[in-house]
Design a protein around this ligand. Structure first.
Ligand code: 13P
Length: 250
């Protein structure tokens, strides 16, 4: 590996029942050779079925969260090994919605990421500031603390992807200025390199928050943006496909 992998990842969040799998079939038909890695993270209920479809094409599937422990009395939770067993190769850890809805701390996210690695999964570790933090001028401090606290020492370019998702850009249609994205991604790259050396230089850094086909090419032209973590626009093959095509050409 001589450069970070280009990755278009979709997070379906709490959306999708069996009929939505038709979108995955359509995506694979249109993008048999995408020119980047494609990952979709459906709700756990669809994981196994989506993995069956993904097997036939250039798509990897992932979970949206995992428990830090491998098994036990944790009603409603899913372990990393269970995701792997269902056909996942990836898992999102530390998404801001989990940090907010479930009170997950950096320490929790680090433990989950370690569990993902132990199960052989690639962790997509999410970080990002709130609007209040951005307005207070503390964005870089916040993402530095999240990166330091959420990413375990055993992270490598093969087992870890970092997603920068400003909370205020998620699901709002509001995208940061290109310079703001560049500033944070350059900063994160420098932090990863100083902590992990060559491994940090090669870790993929994704941007997330209101990415759509219309703004994807501009975002992917930013140095140190190696792809996207996409929410709403990953639900439809045409939209996600447009983002995939833009990344493939970048
Ligand atoms: P949207 O693309 O819907 O803004 O969501 C981004 C996100 O949270 C992906 O994890």
């Amino acid at each position: 590996m001589s450069a970070p992998r280009k990755i278009a990842a979709g997070n379906w969040k709490m959306n999708g029942t069996a009929d939505a799998l038709a979108e995955v079939e359509a995506l694979l038909k249109e993008h048999a050779k995408p020119g980047c890695d494609m990952v979709l993270c459906p709700p756990a209920t669809l994981l196994h079925r989506m993995a069956g479809i993904a097997d036939k094409g250039a798509l990897a599937v992932g979970g949206q969260d995992c428990h830090a422990r491998s098994s036990g009395a944790h009603t409603g939770d899913i372990s990393a090994a269970m995701l792997q067993d269902a056909g996942a190769t990836h898992v999102i850890t530390g998404h801001s919605e989990r940090r907010t809805d479930h009170g997950e701390t950096d320490e929790d996210v680090r433990a989950k990421t370690e569990a993902a690695h132990a199960a052989g999964l690639i962790a997509i570790v999410c970080i990002g500031e709130t609007l209040e933090q951005r307005d207070a001028g503390t964005t870089l401090d916040i993402v530095a603390a999240q990166l330091g606290g959420s990413v375990p020492d055993g992270a490598t370019a093969e087992n870890t992807v970092i997603a920068y998702e400003p909370v205020w850009a998620i699901g709002t249609g509001r995208v940061p200025e290109i310079d703001q994205i560049a500033e944070v991604h350059d900063f994160l790259r420098a932090r990863l390199e100083s902590r992990f050396g060559e491994k940090g230089a090669l870790m993929s850094l994704l941007y997330g928050g209101s990415v759509k086909p219309a703004n994807a090419a501009e975002i992917f032209a930013v140095t140190n943006v190696n792809g996207a973590l996409v929410g709403g626009a990953s639900l439809k093959a045409a939209d996600f496909g447009g983002i995939v095509a833009a990344l493939g050409k970048s």
